[in-house]
Design a protein around this ligand. Structure first.
Ligand code: ADE
Length: 255
């Protein structure tokens, strides 16, 4: 089953590449990500550097960060309130979030409206692959004790957790998701094949990697890598990837 999934995932990536080539010739943006948050400052640094910044500069992605407070009609820009059930912790209010989402959905069609939350589905490389094929997505960052359930019931199409631990808010999770998705968009990285050889893309961890010098304090780079025999090097890498996965993540080999 997983072989069939891998095949269909490779095929959709192939189709996407065709779409991308067309889009490039038309000079269109490939993807638009809108992030809704009550703490926009938390997202500034992670999304304004390195590959993500370069992808934005090249025009392969647009990332817009919106402050939910700007959509509050309350004179103090209040975005949270007490839970009807009582108990500790504030709840994100319905109205500003709905206004923010509808402000966006009135302008264009969105493929997914994602909510970052520890009780969502576990984020994996496969999720990143699928999301990188979308055109427009919204990521709503959870905050406080949670958001009014009616937002989840009526607007959210996908709920994502980045792991079984609790962060102070969904912003870092949104940054993680955005980072892993944007680097997969063709044109985001200089060497496009590099994303396809990442750990997890074929349920294998990456093999060990080395650079110069070939010897440091007597620690030598494996001989085969200096041989110049590309076929043998590729075989060695495949074998090492398998051995490393078997040792560190045997669960991946069962999938
Ligand atoms: N918000 C708080 N914890 C989170 C997690 N683990 N994943 C996604 N969003 C979160």
């Amino acid at each position: 089953m997983s072989f069939v999934n891998d095949l269909s995932s490779s095929f959709s990536i192939f189709l996407h590449h065709l779409h991308v080539m067309y889009t490039f010739t038309q000079n269109l943006e490939l993807m638009r990500i809108d992030i809704l948050t009550v703490v926009p400052e938390l997202l500034e640094s992670p999304l304004n550097h390195s590959i993500i910044q370069r992808a934005k500069d090249k025009g392969v992605v647009e990332i817009h960060i919106h402050n939910i407070r700007d959509f509050s009609e309350d004179k103090h820009n209040k975005v949270d309130d007490y839970a009807f059930s009582g108990g500790a912790g504030m709840v994100m209010r319905l109205e500003p979030v709905v206004k923010a989402i509808e402000h966006l959905t009135n302008q264009r069609k969105y493929d997914e409206i994602i909510f970052t939350t520890p009780d969502g589905e576990q984020f994996e490389q496969k999720t990143a692959n699928t999301l990188s094929l979308k055109e427009n997505i919204i990521i709503l960052c959870g905050h406080y004790k949670g958001i009014d359930q009616r937002i989840r019931d009526h607007f959210i199409t996908k709920e994502i957790s980045i792991g079984d631990f609790v962060l102070t808010g969904g912003e870092l999770a949104a940054a993680v998701i955005t980072d892993s998705v944007v680097r997969l968009i063709p044109g985001a990285m200089n060497d496009e094949t590099s994303a396809l050889t990442d750990s997890f893309q074929d349920n294998l961890l990456s093999p060990p990697i080395y650079t110069r010098p070939a010897e440091f304090r007597g620690w030598k780079v494996p001989e085969i890598l200096l041989s110049g025999d590309h076929k043998k090097i590729e075989q060695w890498q495949e074998e090492q990837a398998y051995l490393r996965t078997k040792k560190l993540r045997p669960d991946l080999l069962d999938e």
